[in-house]
Design a binder for this molecule. Sequence first.
Ligand SMILES: [Zn+2]
Ligand SMILES: [Zn+2]
Length: 330
Amino acid sequence: MNSTAPAPDVYSQLYGGVDYSSLNWFEQQWVAWYVWIGNPVIATGLLGFLMHEIVYFGRCIPWIIIDAIPYFRKWKLQPSKVPSAEEQWECTKLVLWAHLTVELPTIWLFHPIAEFIGMKTYQVPFPTWQTMLWQIAFFMLFEDAFHFVSHRALHIPILYKHIHKLHHKYSAPFGLAAEYAHPAEVMILGFGTLGGSLLLCLFTEVHFVSFWIWVILKLFQAIDAHSGYDFPWSLQHILPFWSGADHHDFHHMAFTNNFATSFRWWDRICGTDDKYVAYQRRLTEAKKKAKTGGREELLLIEKQLLDDVLAEGFKEEARVVNSKNSLKIE
Ligand SMILES: [Zn+2]
Ligand SMILES: [Zn+2]
């Protein structure tokens, strides 16, 4: 694609009345893509799926490299649990399968649904950056609340056993495992990503480009939260309400607690971070004590704390798996 004026026949069908020279570079590329493909449904589906795959696997690559370099172990939340190449490949195969069987049709169906509900798709110009900013903030808040409620529901024994158990295969997650989940879970939790934009369409004009910027941010958030690394420069150390890897790693390790995605406030308000808070307190106390004993002692205490939480987590999971199909949230 280039930024020269596109073919006039398709252009006039889709963009009749739009002055091409008044568009910015991004809008011109957008127009060129839709004119090149010639069919907006195919153009949106293809763009959406390709972008999803490129961002997902592109964002996982740095984490795969980090996992392969021992220097980074000092920031690994569960340092003895580094995924092997075989584990990463097994995970990639299932993730790809879910992308092709669940996400591809969903992404393809999204265009007709979005248009039906009034979302702008191929149209230009784009909304202003201020509009995009508040709309993306809304999508994020919606997804976080939706995910918190549905993720808690997925821990109900009957749903856990048949759906969510697959995602908990890794008690020490890694980037690629972000979308390692049962197709039903991808659908349920995926609604949190799509739902905010569809809901907002009922009240105001939403453009597909705002939605896709949000999807890219969401992919970064999900992969980074599963990375298993907590660096001193990680976002949660700058924004204390941001969940980050340390928050979600604990969910995988302890099996309970920390159900939200992007923010910490729902778990704090609902008291579903009590074990996590206690664990953090014990860790801080251990660090203080270890100042006299040195690094070796701290590593030993940390390992003991991690082992205790993990053992407790396995016990909790076994209890849910072996419990009757009650509707009690675990
Ligand atoms: Zn869970
Ligand atoms: Zn997870």
